[in-house]
Design a protein around this ligand. Structure first.
Ligand code: SAH
Length: 305
C-alpha cells in the first residue's frame, strides 16, 4: 500500500465521523472491541479500524455507514460543549479578520468549549486562554487535545480578563465574552502596537458600546462585519437555497492598536503654514478638504454634493 492510502487508514483511539443513510452524523472514538449503537443498527469498531477513511461499513441491520475523519467544523458542531461555541462560518472569518498566522502570540478570553482555540491552534498560533469557569477550562483542554493533539502550544489560566492581562507584547487578543469594552484598557498595555483585537458579540447594542469605547481608546482602524452563510439544495431540477439557514450568530469587530500621537502637534514634517487635510464641514460634520485636489476627494461629497 502506498503512503497515500496509508494516511487514510483509521486507527484504534482515533475520532471518526459516521454518516448514516440519512446523512445523520455521529462523532465516535474508535476502541478495539467496542460497538456503536444507533437506532438504525450497531456498528462494530473493529470493522472500522484498519480501513481507509471514506469507506462504507455495514451495520448490524445491513444499513450502510460512511466513515471519515471529522473536519474541524464537524468537531466543533459535534463536540461536548458547556458554553455556546463560535460557529464554523465565524471561525473562518475570525482567522482572516484577526490575521492569525503561525507563531502569532494570541490571548483568548473566554475560552468556553475551546472551538475558537482549536481554530487558532490549527492556524499555527501560540495561544494563552483566560477562562472564569474551571469546568469550561477543563472541557476546552480536552476538546483541544482531541482535535489538535497533545503537543499544542496552548495554556488556559483560570482568571477574569476584566481584572487585567499579565502577558506582554501580544500580537492578537480575541474576545468572546459579554463586556469586551472592559478589556480595552488592559489590552492597550498587553499588546504591541499594530496588534489586532477581535471581539465576537451576539448583539448590535453590545457591538456599538464596544465601538464607542474603541473611539476613546488607543485602538483605531475599527471594523464590524457579520457573516451570512447560506447552503444550497442541489438535486436534479431542484436547485435552490435551502429553506433553513442559521439566521444569526454574532458580529465580529476588529481594531488595531495604534501608536498614540498628539492631535494638537503639527504632523511630522509639516511646515507652519500647512493645514490639516480634514476640517469640520459647515454643519459640524467632518468633511474632506477638497482643496488638496480632485484625486483625494473620491467617494466624498464635493462642495455641491
Ligand atoms: N469562544 C468559545 C466560547 C466562549 S463562551 C468557543 O468557541 O468555544 C464565553 C466564555 O467566556 C464562557 O466560558 C465564560 O465563562 C467566559 N467568560 C465570561 N466572562 C469572562 C471574563 N471576564 N474572563 C474570562 N472568561 C470569561
Amino acid at each position: 500500500m502506498g503512503p497515500r492510502e496509508d494516511r487514510s487508514i483509521l486507527r484504534d483511539g482515533e475520532r471518526v465521523l459516521l454518516l448514516d443513510p440519512k446523512e445523520r452524523r455521529y462523532l465516535i472514538t474508535l476502541r478495539a472491541g467496542a460497538s456503536f449503537h444507533t437506532h438504525v443498527g450497531i456498528v462494530s469498531h473493529d470493522d472500522l479500524i484498519g480501513i481507509p477513511e471514506g469507506s462504507t461499513a455495514l451495520g448490524s441491520t445491513g444499513r450502510k455507514f460512511v466513515v471519515v475523519r471529522p473536519t474541524l467544523s464537524d468537531a466543533v458542531l459535534k463536540m461536548p460543549r458547556g458554553a455556546q461555541v463560535i460557529y464554523p462560518k465565524d471561525l473562518g472569518a475570525i482567522l482572516i479578520e484577526a490575521d492569525i498566522a503561525p507563531g502569532a502570540r494570541v490571548l483568548e478570553a473566554g475560552v468556553g468549549s475551546g472551538a475558537l482555540s482549536m481554530a487558532l491552534l490549527r492556524a499555527g498560533a501560540d495561544v494563552v486562554g483566560y477562562e472564569l469557569r474551571e469546568d469550561f477550562a477543563e472541557r476546552a483542554a480536552s476538546n483541544v487535545e482531541a482535535m489538535v493533539g497533545p503537543g499544542a502550544s496552548y495554556r488556559v489560566d483560570l482568571r477574569d480578563v476584566y481584572e487585567g492581562i499579565d502577558e506582554q507584547g501580544l500580537d492578537r487578543i480575541l474576545l468572546d465574552l459579554p463586556e469586551p469594552w472592559r478589556v480595552l484598557p488592559h489590552a492597550e498595555l498587553a499588546m504591541r502596537p499594530g496588534g489586532i483585537l477581535c471581539a465576537y458579540l451576539p448583539s448590535i447594542n453590545q457591538t456599538s458600546q464596544l465601538r464607542a469605547a474603541m473611539e476613546r481608546s488607543g485602538f483605531g482602524m475599527a471594523s464590524t462585519i457579520e457573516v451570512l452563510h447560506r447552503t444550497w439544495h442541489i438535486e436534479a431540477r431542484s436547485v435552490r437555497p435551502d429553506h433553513r439557514m442559521v439566521g444569526h450568530t454574532g458580529f465580529l469587530t476588529t481594531a488595531r492598536l495604534l501608536v498614540p500621537h498628539d492631535d494638537e502637534a503639527p504632523p511630522v514634517g509639516a511646515g507652519p503654514s500647512e493645514q490639516p487635510r480634514w476640517s469640520p464641514g459647515p454643519n459640524g460634520t467632518d468633511r474632506l478638504d477638497v482643496s488638496d485636489g480632485p484625486g483625494d476627494a473620491e467617494g466624498v461629497d464635493g462642495p455641491n454634493g
